[in-house]
Design a protein around this ligand. Structure first.
Ligand code: ARG
Length: 461
């Protein structure tokens, strides 16, 4: 029973299928560096509590450091006989400092409080790394917005031509949700910064150890107030899984647009060679795989969240082995974003916008009709009537096969006497855009303000 953490009351080792089912080293190995760090903190509190002499503590810490170095270099890894990362590392420690000393470390702790603590540590680091990647995407969006201060595009609702907007305004509309996601990660971290270490299996420890001291040493704000809750709840993992999934959903909305924008039918953007792929049969192809994989993997992150919540549902207190299923979905969500985020910032940062085409398309589909209506309102006409009149302009323009600004003065006057030739002042894309200068609006001064705001907010995060 080499390396097993239990076995005293068992007459035989586990059946092969039992051991295979139980095993988690193939995914919980990511916790190994955290496990060693926490073990060092634990060794120190054992020493403070009089359960480990000073020379023993020295030898233990040296053994743990040697183990950490071997884990790091790959010289030490999980063996076939190891059930999980915690058992494997105890085996590794015993190999380095002997069974007498190595066997002392486990006093006053359980894998239940260990794993709950280590997973929090891993996740807090992972989420910080993901946040940096998300901020890089925000940066790429802000960079494109800054590079195209005057570019316009067709703004859409229901995928139908709606009103012309600044390209920068549209790009920043994708930056805002991503900034909120990073803020959600920060918020998650405040709640995750509570250490379960010292909770034992569920009831706490009788050995006079200091959970507060370990918590502080491991970078937590405090130790858990309730050891049963600390060892059995995984809402911290579900919360992270949600923000990870939400981030992917937000990225997928941008990805979907990039897929469309890069088609010849749209012709809004050209993708850089480095961030697209070819076809094995069609030589002309340049495919938006980064965007498609973003869209596709989003389903996976949503599934990870839904699966984790289903695992947690209706679990009785306290620790249940079901909880071992908490790690793979979350680790996977992080791994997918680790892959996606650098590719997405690369893709976005190198998009080449066809600003002439975007300008030509901006007024198409009578997107200046609202400008006619609002112009009439400024002349004192009730909006209800103004809407009718602008709608009539669209009908006449459509029948005559022209754009709104090509209607003649006579046609305008025939539609409504209020439509003098001065209405033409709002029938340009730039005029329309400049007029929408309310806070958050598409006018260049507002968008410039917004760009500065987005950058300042990103810098604070
Ligand atoms: N590997 C387990 C997990 O990931 C921790 C071990 C707890 N096992 C136990 N029998 N109490 O949750």
């Amino acid at each position: 029973n080499t390396g097993a953490l239990w076995g005293g009351r068992f007459g035989s080792g586990p059946a092969a299928a039992m051991a295979a089912l139980s095993k988690s080293t193939h995914f919980d190995w990511v916790l190994a560096p955290y496990d060693v760090r926490a073990s060092k903190a634990h060794a120190r509190v054992l020493n403070s509590a009089g359960l480990l002499t000073a020379p023993d503590l020295e030898a233990m810490l040296a053994g743990l450091d040697a183990l950490a170095a071997d884990v790091d270099s790959g010289a030490f890894g999980p063996a076939e006989s190891d059930e999980d990362v915690h058992g494997a590392l105890e085996r590794g420690l015993i190999e380095r400092v002997g069974p007498e000393l190595g066997g002392r470390l486990r006093a006053g702790r359980s894998r239940n409080d260990q794993v709950a603590t280590l997973f929090r540590m891993w996740l807090r680091d992972a989420v910080r790394r993901v946040s940096v990647g998300v901020l890089d995407v925000v940066d790429a969006l802000a960079g494109q917005a800054a590079a195209h201060p005057g570019a316009v595009m067709p703004g859409k609702t229901h995928s139908q031509a709606a009103q012309p907007v600044l390209l920068a305004h549209h790009l920043l509309a994708h930056a805002h949700p991503l900034l909120r996601d990073v803020e959600r990660f920060r918020d998650f971290d405040r709640r995750a910064a509570v250490s379960p270490y010292g909770s034992g299996a569920l009831a706490g420890s009788s050995l006079g150890l200091s959970p507060e001291k370990i918590a502080a040493e491991l970078g937590f704000d405090e130790s858990a107030e309730n050891s049963i809750d600390a060892t059995s709840s995984r809402d911290f993992a579900a919360e992270a899984a949600f923000v990870l999934a939400m981030t992917a959903v937000d990225l997928s909305r941008l990805a979907e647009e990039i897929v469309s924008w890069s088609t010849p039918e749209y012709g809004y953007v050209t993708l850089a060679d480095a961030w697209s792929t070819g076809s094995s049969i069609m030589p002309q192809k340049k495919n938006p795989d980064v965007a498609e994989l973003t869209r596709g993997k989003t389903g996976r992150l949503i599934g990870n969240l839904a699966g984790l919540l289903a695992t947690l549902k209706a679990q009785p207190l306290a620790y249940n082995r079901d909880l071992q299923e908490d790690k793979e979905p979350v680790i996977d969500s992080v791994a997918q974003l680790d892959l996606l985020l650098p590719a997405l910032s690369g893709l976005i940062g190198t998009l080449e916008f066809d600003t002439d085409r975007l300008r030509a398309l901006a007024p198409a589909g009578f997107t200046l009709a609202t400008d006619i209506a609002e112009w009439l309102v400024r002349q004192g006409i009730p909006f209800r009537h103004a809407h009718e009149v602008a709608g009539a302009c669209v009908r006449v323009a459509e029948e005559s096969g022209v754009e709104l600004d090509q209607l003649t003065d006579e046609q305008f006057a025939a539609i409504d006497p209020a439509l003098g030739p001065e209405v033409r002042s709002v029938l340009t894309v730039d005029g329309s855009i400049a007029s929408r200068d309310s806070r958050g609006g598409t006018a260049p001064v507002r968008v410039a303000e917004q760009l500065a705001g987005v950058r300042a907010r990103a810098a604070r995060l």
